[in-house]
Design a protein around this ligand. Structure first.
Ligand SMILES: NC(=O)c1ccc[n+]([C@@H]2O[C@H](COP(=O)([O-])OP(=O)(O)OC[C@H]3O[C@@H](n4cnc5c(N)ncnc54)[C@H](O)[C@@H]3O)[C@@H](O)[C@H]2O)c1
Length: 266
C-alpha cells in the first residue's frame, strides 16, 4: 500500500488486518502505530527500486500515495503522474498483476451531477482542476498497464472519504472506511480482468452516480450516509452539488491553489 501514512490508509489498515491480510506500508512520511502483520518501507513514490523490493510477493498494490488536493502543476506532475507511473512499473517488475489506483471524482468534476453521463455508466474524464487532470492521467496509466501487461487494474473515482459523512454534500459523496476496505478486497479477488473505472462512493440514498461499473467487479458498497442526515443537517442545510466536482469546479476556484478544507471531495 502506498500513501500508507495518509488518511485513507490509516483508516482501512485495521480492517484489512482483521480480514486476515498482511500489509507492506509504503510512504515517504513516517507511518505510525505499526502492528504485527505490517511492515514499513519509507520511500518516495518515484523510487522504483525501493517499491519493487517492497512489492515482491504481494497479491495486490493499493496505490493511495499522492498530493490529494489541488496544487501547482509541476508538483502534481511529479508526484501524481510520475509517481503513479513509477508505482505501476514497480508492480509489474515485482510480478504483481493487480492494482487499485486512487483516482478522484475530480477527474470528472465538470460533469453536471444529474447528467445522464454521470448517472448512467462511467463518463469520460472531464477534470475540474490540475489535480483532476493528474487523476485522469492515473486512470490512463491504469488502462495502459492493464492493456499492455494483462494486469487487473481498478481506478476508483473516490468521492469524499471520511469516518462519517461531513459537509453540505456529504450525503451524496461519502465513502465509508468499510466500503473502501470492501473495494480493496474486491480488487484482490475479482475475476473480471482488464481496466475498470468505478465510483468510490458508499451506497448513499442521495448518490446519483451509477453503481453498475463497481458491481461489475463485485464492489457492492453497504453504508448509507442517510443514517447521518440529522447530524449533517444540524450543522447546516444539506444540498446537491450542481457539478460533480463541487467547489473545485466553481468558476472562481483558482487553479494550482490547494483547497485544504475538510468538506470538499478530494
Ligand atoms: N480522502 C478523500 O476523500 C479522497 C477523495 C478522492 C481521491 N482521494 C485519493 O485517495 C488517495 C489517498 O487519499 P488520502 O486522503 O489518504 O490522502 P493523504 O494526503 O492523507 O495521504 C497521501 C499520502 O501520500 C504520501 N505521499 C505524498 N507524496 C509522496 C511521495 N512523493 N512519495 C511517497 N509518498 C507520498 C503522503 O505522505 C501521504 O501519507 C490519494 O491518491 C487521493 O488523491 C482521496
Amino acid at each position: 500500500m502506498t500513501g500508507a501514512a495518509g488518511r485513507i490508509a490509516t483508516a482501512i489498515r485495521p480492517l484489512l488486518l482483521e480480514a486476515g491480510h498482511s500489509l507492506v506500508l509504503c510512504d515517504a512520511a513516517e507511518v505510525s502505530a505499526v502492528t504485527p502483520g505490517e511492515r514499513v518501507v519509507r520511500a518516495d513514490l518515484r523510487d522504483i527500486d525501493a517499491h519493487v523490493a517492497a512489492f515482491v510477493g504481494a497479491d495486490l498494490v493499493v496505490h493511495l500515495g499522492a498530493l490529494a488536493d489541488e496544487r501547482p502543476w509541476p508538483d502534481l506532475l511529479a508526484v501524481n503522474v510520475d509517481g503513479t507511473r513509477a508505482v505501476c512499473e514497480a508492480a509489474r517488475l515485482a510480478g504483481v498483476d493487480r492494482l487499485l489506483l486512487a483516482s478522484s471524482v475530480h477527474a470528472a468534476g465538470y460533469l453536471p451531477a444529474d447528467s445522464t453521463a454521470a448517472c448512467d455508466g462511467m463518463p469520460l474524464p472531464a477534470p475540474d482542476t490540475y489535480y483532476g487532470v493528474s487523476k485522469a492521467a492515473v486512470e490512463a496509466l491504469g488502462a495502459l498497464f492493464a492493456g499492455r501487461f494483462a494486469m487487473t487494474v481498478v481506478s476508483a473515482r473516490i468521492m469524499a472519504f471520511s469516518a462519517r459523512p461531513v459537509g453540505a454534500y456529504g450525503l451524496h459523496w461519502w465513502l465509508s472506511p468499510a466500503d473502501m476496505a470492501r473495494l480493496v478486497l474486491v480488487t484482490l479477488t475479482t475475476r473480471n480482468g482488464g481496466h475498470h473505472v468505478v465510483w468510490g462512493v458508499s451506497r448513499n440514498t442521495r448518490s446519483h452516480v451509477d453503481p453498475a461499473p463497481g458491481l461489475a467487479i463485485g464492489f457492492d458498497p453497504q453504508d448509507d450516509a442517510e443514517l447521518h442526515a440529522a447530524e449533517i443537517e444540524r450543522s447546516g442545510p444539506a444540498g446537491s452539488p450542481r457539478l460533480l466536482g463541487g467547489v473545485f469546479a466553481d468558476a472562481d476556484y483558482r487553479l494550482g491553489e490547494p483547497h485544504g478544507g475538510p468538506t470538499a471531495p478530494r
